[in-house]
Design a protein around this ligand. Structure first.
Ligand SMILES: Nc1ncnc2c1ncn2[C@@H]1O[C@H](COP(=O)(O)OP(=O)(O)OP(=O)(O)O)[C@@H](O)[C@H]1O
Ligand SMILES: [Mg+2]
Length: 227
């Protein structure tokens, strides 16, 4: 069995940035590693993502939203994550089941035990070995995303346009309930989580994350290394 590592945190906290930096470093060091994201990561999952993030889908019922996230997750686990872990590799995932507990549970007020049950069906009970929480004030994260959007929209800009979707567009109180939800999840399982301040410079945060990951991946055979 390989090593499964996830990245969680509020909008704009640097999850995608840090997941990519860790992926590049582990890959350069010869580790068998893949990087994926939720919702999405598979052909079917990316189609489901499009439905979930579409700003026009204002009528989506919370149950529909929960089941669509879970459907995309079920596909990702069965098509990509489990098979790769079974080969002994390292899987990095940008958001995972904890996002459902925080966003649909604490954010939308869905019953947590029900969410745990649905998630267990979707994942077959697979949970990460380690989860990073990039801790950032909700308003700071949303401001980072706004700045990122403005940079992309400036005349002559070449920056890729960041996604601003149906879920980002929810109000501040919702995002604050989500952040409080993450804090509760961390209290429940402190040994799995590493909570790091996302206010630090990108490179420093990357170094901290790498140091936390090293003890876990030491047993993983590197590609091309003698058996
Ligand atoms: N440690 C940091 N300090 C300052 N800015 C950062 C830091 N990390 C990331 N950023 C910037 O914040 C913005 C959001 O980063 P990123 O897309 O990695 O966050 P995310 O958590 O994946 O966001 P989303 O919730 O949209 O998926 C980007 O413009 C990125 O360059
Ligand atoms: Mg991201």
């Amino acid at each position: 069995m390989g090593v499964f590592i996830t990245f969680e945190g509020p909008e704009g906290s640097g999850k995608s940035t840090q997941a990519r930096l860790l992926y590049e470093r582990l890959q350069a060091e010869g580790y068998p590693v893949i990087l994926t994201r939720e919702p999405g990561g598979t052909r079917i999952g990316e189609l489901i993502r499009r439905i979930l993030v579409d700003l026009r889908h204002t009528e989506m019922a919370p149950t529909t939203e929960t089941l669509l996230f879970s459907a995309a997750r079920a596909q990702l686990v069965s098509e990509l994550i489990r098979p790769y872990l079974n080969t002994g590799g390292i899987v990095l995932c940008d958001r995972y089941a904890d996002s459902t507990f925080a966003y649909q549970g604490y954010g939308l007020g869905r019953d947590l035990d029900e969410l745990y049950a649905i998630t267990a069906v979707a994942t077959g009970g697979l949970m990460p070995n380690l989860t990073f929480y990039l801790d950032l004030d909700v308003e700071v994260g949303l401001a980072r995303k706004r700045a990122q959007r403005e940079r992309a929209e400036a005349p002559g800009a070449s920056a890729a346009h960041p996604e601003w979707n149906r879920l980002d567009a929810r109000d501040l109180a919702y995002h604050q309930r989500v952040a409080a939800g993450f804090a509760a999840l961390i209290r429940r399982e402190p040994e799995r989580w590493r909570r790091l301040s996302a206010l630090q410079p990108i490179e420093e945060l990357a170094e901290q994350i790498y140091r936390e990951v090293v003890p876990l991946i030491t047993p993983v055979a590197r590609l091309g290394s003698p058996v």
